[in-house]
Design a protein around this ligand. Sequence first.
Ligand code: SAH
Ligand code: MG
Length: 195
Amino acid sequence: MVHLRLEKLEKYAQENNVPIMQKDGIEFLANYIKENNIKNILEIGSAIGYSAIKMALVDNDIKVTTIERDIDRYNLAVKNINDFNLTEKINIINADALEVELNDKYDLIFIDAAKSQYIKFFEKFEKNLKTNGVIVSDNLSFHGLVEDETKTNNRNTKQLVRKIRKYIEYLKENPNYKTTFYELGDGVAISIKLN
Ligand code: SAH
Ligand code: MG
């Protein structure tokens, strides 16, 4: 049952160009959550709720807070979360994440919103990360363009690629985190807070 409904979301996303996490990326993340006994998750960028639902389904006592600024996607995510009976486990907020103040601390923060703002998201929300918590970043490959930007001539895309490269450097040089980059999905990084 759950399987069928997840496939429906994947199909919807594909047909409507909603950039949900790729399959191997989300499986990897779900596994990581399971193996590391992660319980409290903050997600920046819910889209239609797909990855929040996948993460919430990993275990009974997982709680996800997720933020989405686009009202149409937010509404659809609310509906999907309802359909999966996950309203008790997923708290979705309709706002620009850069304007949200949260007091809770999380085991894992998943950054998957506007790619040009990743450093801002990181610096805004790291205070909400528990000791030994992790920040996960998606789309660091950006369809392979980060490795080879000659694949596009679009100025905005090139600009975005430069910002993602800057973020990758930022992660590599950040002494407070140990970051590992994974070449799966659209490029995933896991940054473990060192103290
Ligand atoms: N995590 C989702 C996909 C998110 S797509 C999944 O894998 O299922 C990225 C989403 O981030 C988009 O829906 C976009 O509207 C949202 N977004 C971009 N910038 C944002 C911001 N500053 N605050 C909140 N949401 C943002
Ligand atoms: Mg993504």
